[in-house]
Each structure stands twice: as structure tokens, then as C-alpha cells.
Ligand binder design. Structure first.
Ligand code: NAD
Ligand code: LMR
Length: 329
């Protein structure tokens, strides 16, 4: 079966390298690039790469969004503005909420079965917005909607390896749960596989670095945006995991910010946290999320404290998104 993939926001700092990686994937047969600017150029450039995926570029004119998304199997969305120093991800809400809502409305109409992967910040709110739009159009399937939190996982691997001396950080599996901003990000080093030993005097700084890794990049870019290249890597890694699951590969488990009460195994997580959306390790299969794993039963005391702070912030982010979807300004 051929897979049609779409990148929405394809001309941006994340969109271009992400589109490059998608173009090189043997799992994709058709790649449509959508953005409000520059997609003809990006598509022409990538079209010279001798990989199988047939590439097209669309702008809003002439119903470009509808044509780009039509009958897509998987859609990755890095559309929207990034942070500058001094901003929180929530400061992006006013602009990005409307962008995501508009894109999901088109997707609901022309690609209701697509697997939708949302990168646009604030993820803690944009994913609930997407769910509400899909619900209103009667096409919401929790197994197919994902907030991409893979960059937090990638950072956890990298920063832990710097401490433990692991030569290949990608050998580490470290669940990072909760949301995708500051204290809502909860790395669970106690559940790392293989197990890792973090010295007590390094733990607090390590947790903080994973939670605020995005700020490190925003500060270093000094006004020129936030993480793009590491995010393109993380976004592609997650998209590939979804595609491998769809193709029947077994044993693919990675965290994602999903609508937990609608998923097998997720009801308990929603009850325990009071959050309907939560990043947890999801088992991916031929229909998307087959099951969510519950990492909350094995938390140590430090992780329990982190979880408490996480849910306090996350609940507000989620309800802000839900409210916006029902009462846009
Ligand atoms: P960018 O400004 O470089 O690119 C964004 C692109 O979106 C631009 O090309 C812009 O033209 C396009 N765009 C704007 N409105 C659009 C619309 N209605 N339809 C289609 N395209 C539209 O920004 P970036 O650095 O690529 O970041 C994009 C988003 O990703 C930001 O919100 C950022 O905060 C977020 N982000 C998320 C993560 C994560 O871990 N989930 C990591 C990094 C960045
Ligand atoms: C990140 O974690 O790098 C992204 O969410 C971008 C940001 O605003 O920090």
C-alpha cells in the first residue's frame, strides 16, 4: 500500500529538514508539502532527490490546503510561530491555536482517517484543540491523534548519556511523560532501560535540563527561533515509528501526548492525574495506538513530586485549548 504523507508548515525551520527526512523514507510513496509561503521552491529542491516518494508543493491559493491534505495517511504539523527569548510556549497560544484549528478543520473534511502528528506549540493546548475540532466533525479517533513529545525523550537520552558515559545514547529507553513545557515534562529515569544510575547530586539539574532544554536552544539562537534541527530529527523519528506500526512491525513503543481516556489502558491514567491528555508510552500498531502503558504505578518519591507539579500546570493548558476550540475569539 502506498503511503501519502503531508508536512504542514513545510517551509519553516522544522518543516524543511523534516520534509527532507520524510522524502528519504522508503515508507512514504507520496509527500505533499503545505505552507503559506515557499512550498514550490522547497518541493522543487527536494524533488531532485532520487528516493521513491513523489513530491508536491501547495500554497493556500486554489484550494491548496484541501489538495495537499486530500486522502493523506499521515500528516505532520510544525506550522506556527516559534518562541523568542523571554517567551513561554503558552505565549504562542494566541497565534498558533488558530493556525492549528484551521488546519485540522480542513483535515477533518478531506482526510478524516489520517494519523495526525502535532508539533506546533503549545502542544499541551494545540492537541486538545485538534481533538475538539475532530469531535465536532464526528471524525475523532484517539488512536490517530498524537502530540509529538519525542524531543523530550531524545534530550533525556542525550543528557543521561553525558552523565553515565554511555557511548550510544540511542540504546537508552527513557520514558518522559506528562506534557511538553517546563514542569509538565516528567522524565522517569527510574524506568530507564537498561537501568541507569544518576548520582544524587546530579539528579535535580538533570531533571531541570530535560524540562527546560528548549529554553537552552531559544537562548543560544538569541531571537532567531527555537529548536528546529533536533525537532526535525525527533519528528521524523516519531513519524517513522507510527509508519512502522502501520506496516505491521511489532514492539514499537514510544511516548506521545494522547487522549488517554479514549485508549485501551488509558482510563486509569486519566483518573489518577485528572488530565484527559497526557504523554505516556504508547504501543503502536496497524491502527495507530493499540494500547497505552501506565508508568504511574512505579514512580519513586521524587517522580511523584514532579508528577504533582506536572498535573497542576497541565490541567490549565488542556482546558485553555478545549475552551478555545468551543469559543474561538
Ligand atoms: P518557523 O517560523 O520557522 O516555521 C513555521 C512555518 O509555519 C512557517 O514556514 C510558516 O509560514 C508556516 N505557517 C504559518 N501559518 C501556517 C498555516 N496556517 N498553514 C501552514 N503553514 C503555516 O517555526 P519552527 O521553528 O519551524 O517552529 C514551528 C512550531 O513548532 C512552533 O510553534 C514551535 O514552537 C514548535 N516546536 C515544537 C516542538 C515540539 O517538541 N513539539 C519543538 C520545536 C518547535
Ligand atoms: C522545544 O522543546 O525545543 C520546543 O518546544 C520549542 C521551544 O519553544 O522550546
Amino acid at each position: 500500500m502506498g503511503i501519502k504523507a503531508v508536512v504542514a508548515g513545510a517551509s519553516g525551520g522544522i518543516g524543511q529538514p523534516l520534509s527532507l527526512l520524510m522524502k528519504t523514507s522508503p515508507l512514504i510513496s507520496e509527500l505533499a508539502l503545505y505552507d503559506v509561503v515557499n512550498t514550490p521552491g522547497v518541493a522543487a529542491d527536494l524533488s531532485h532527490i532520487s528516493s521513491p516518494a513523489k513530491i508536491t508543493g501547495y500554497l493556500p491559493k486554489d484550494d491548496g490546503a484541501k489538495l495537499a491534505f486530500k486522502d493523506a495517511d499521515i500528516i505532520v504539523i510544525p506550522a506556527g510561530i516559534p518562541r523568542k527569548p523571554g517567551m513561554t510556549r503558552d505565549d504562542l497560544f494566541n497565534i498558533n491555536a488558530g493556525i492549528v484549528k484551521g488546519l485540522i478543520e480542513v483535515i477533518a473534511d478531506v482526510a478524516p482517517k489520517a494519523y495526525i502528528l502535532i508539533i506546533s506549540n503549545p502542544v499541551n493546548s494545540t492537541v486538545p484543540i485538534a481533538a475538539e475540532v475532530l469531535k465536532a466533525k464526528n471524525v475523532f479517533d484517539p488512536k490517530r491523534l498524537f502530540g509529538v513529545t519525542t524531543l523530550d525523550v531524545v534530550r533525556a537520552e542525550t543528557f543521561v548519556a553525558e552523565i553515565t558515559g554511555e557511548k550510544n545514547p540511542q540504546k537508552l529507553t527513557i520514558p518522559v511523560i506528562g506534557g511538553h513545557s517546563g514542569e509538565t515534562i516528567v522524565p522517569l529515569f527510574s524506568q530507564a532501560k537498561p537501568s541507569v544510575s544518576i548520582p544524587d547530586n546530579k539528579l535535580a539539574a538533570l531533571v531541570k535540563r530535560v524540562q527546560f532544554g528548549g529554553d537552552e536552544v531559544v537562548a543560544a539562537k538569541d531571537g532567531a527561533g527555537s529548536a528546529t534541527l533536533s525537532m526535525a530529527y525527533a519528528g521524523f523519528r516519531f513519524a517513522e515509528a507510527v509508519l512502522k506500526g502501520l506496516s505491521g512491525e511489532k514492539g514499537i513503543v514510544t511516548p506521545s501526548f494522547v487522549y488517554v481516556p479514549g485508549l485501551p489502558g488509558g482510563e486509569e491514567i486519566a483518573k489518577e492525574t485528572g488530565c484527559d491528555f497526557f504523554s505516556v508510552p504508547v504501543e503502536l500498531g496497524t491502527t495507530g495506538v493499540e494500547k497505552v502503558q501506565n508508568p504511574l504505578t512505579n514512580l519513586n518519591d521524587n517522580e511523584k513530586t514532579l508528577l504533582k507539579a506536572c498535573v497542576e500546570g497541565l490541567k490549565g493548558n488542556i482546558s485553555k485549548g478545549v475552551t478555545f476550540a468551543h469559543n474561538p475569539p
